[in-house]
Design a binder for this molecule. Structure first.
Ligand SMILES: *Cc1c(COP(=O)(O)O)cnc(C)c1O
Length: 374
């Protein structure tokens, strides 16, 4: 017998990752000694430059949350009350709430079958003269190759925002998620791959847009010429981000190794298989996502009983319009609905002990074989 791991429906495998200390405390001590804790401290510029360099874009603007990043990007792109913003029905609540913050109208778009990519036909159907922007998202850090929809939106002159809040390090067609649209919005909340407690940032290669985002999030730099809000990230959080950024690649590697171990244990018959992506795409393994051809309900129940609840069970994940505040925007999105029930999210973060990863691999493989749970 191997070591008994006591995961159960009521004691699930922990999906949170608490990164080990990497010298953040010294940076914070220096800021405290200096008395420079606000979002105007020099560490902000250093953090923003490091982010832009890592992702290979010209501008990064640090803000106090992923939600602020999305709201600022939408506002800077001219989304005003009454405007329409396309959003996939697969999006979780925080993707779409900033649309409501703009007093704009979310327009639900379906995804392609078994994909997170916007369905180009549905995009075309839902474009109106009021459409001002579109949001797309690599949910769970899985690539959402939107190429066709991107071309269609570009032809229509509609700006595409990527909600890459879960997708630090995800690659789509060989490029980082968050660098393919007009603006890429990230969160650095504790649950994300780069964490600063609360925080976020916006990436763009459009200098004019970057300036609008910068002014909007910094109270218009108090010049009195443009309106703005205070979405600045506090200096200690920027210092934490700057330190932890150096660990991002090692974390991605560890997540990929853990995911690989679980995938290698799965039977080859495809009963349970990894959620699909293209040859030049790479998930960041925010979660390992599996799909099942049939008996989805049964898999979901069995996984939950084992202590590996999918997001539909852990967080009540479901299509956006099945949430009360978005119900009035419901349109038929059968692919997004199917995706919500046929995908299973498995934690693979580097904080999982090796024995836990082995245990998960063995249990998931048993389940795929239809074997009994031990
Ligand atoms: C976390 C998250 C957000 C919001 O980020 P906050 O920093 O919590 O405001 C938005 N979209 C997605 C997909 C997220 O995962």
């Amino acid at each position: 017998m191997t070591t008994e791991l006591l995961f159960t429906a009521t004691n699930p495998v922990d999906d949170r990752y608490n990164p080990p200390a990497c010298g953040e405390i010294n940076e914070i001590a220096a800021l405290l000694a200096d008395g420079r804790l606000s979002g105007g401290a020099p560490v902000l510029a250093a953090y923003e430059q490091a982010l832009a360099a890592l992702f290979g874009v010209s501008r990064a603007t640090a803000v106090n949350s992923g939600s602020s990043a999305l709201h600022a990007a939408l506002t800077a792109l001219g989304v005003k009350p009454g405007a329409e913003v396309l959003v996939p029905a697969t999006a979780p609540l925080p993707t779409a709430m900033p649309i409501l913050t703009c007093v704009a109208t979310p327009v639900m778009v379906d995804t392609r079958p078994d994909s997170l990519a916007l369905d180009p036909a549905d995009v075309e159907r839902k474009l109106t003269p009021r459409t001002r922007a579109a949001i797309t998202l690599p949910l769970w850090g899985y690539p959402n190759d939107d190429h066709e929809a991107v071309v269609l939106l570009a032809d229509a002159g509609i700006a595409l925002i990527e909600d890459a809040c879960q997708a630090h390090g995800t690659k789509i067609r060989g490029r980082y998620a968050g660098t393919l649209g007009v603006a890429g919005c990230f969160s650095t909340h504790d649950r994300k791959l780069l964490s600063t407690g609360e925080g976020g940032f916006v990436l763009t290669n459009d200098e004019e847009l970057a300036a609008r985002i910068d002014f909007y999030t910094h109270l218009g730099h108090l010049n009195g010429a443009v309106h703005g809000v205070n979405y600045k990230l506090a200096a200690p959080l920027a210092a934490i981000g700057l330190r932890r950024l150096t660990r991002l690649q090692a974390q991605l590697d560890a997540r990929r190794r853990n995911a690989r171990r679980i995938l290698d244990a799965l039977p080859a018959d495809g009963t349970l298989r990894e959620f699909g992506y293209g040859e030049h795409d790479r998930p960041n393994y925010y979660n390992l996502v599996l799909t099942a051809g049939s008996h989805q309900q049964e898999f979901a129940q069995n996984l939950s009983a084992l202590g590996l609840p999918p997001d539909s069970a852990r967080y009540g994940y479901r299509p956006l319009y099945q949430r009360p505040i978005f119900a009035e925007y419901a349109t038929a999105c059968p692919n997004a609905e199917a995706l919500a029930t046929s995908t299973f999210q498995i934690p693979v973060h580097p904080g999982m002990p090796e024995a836990t990863v082995e245990w998960v691999a063995a249990r998931v493989a048993d389940l795929a074989r239809g074997g009994t749970k031990s």
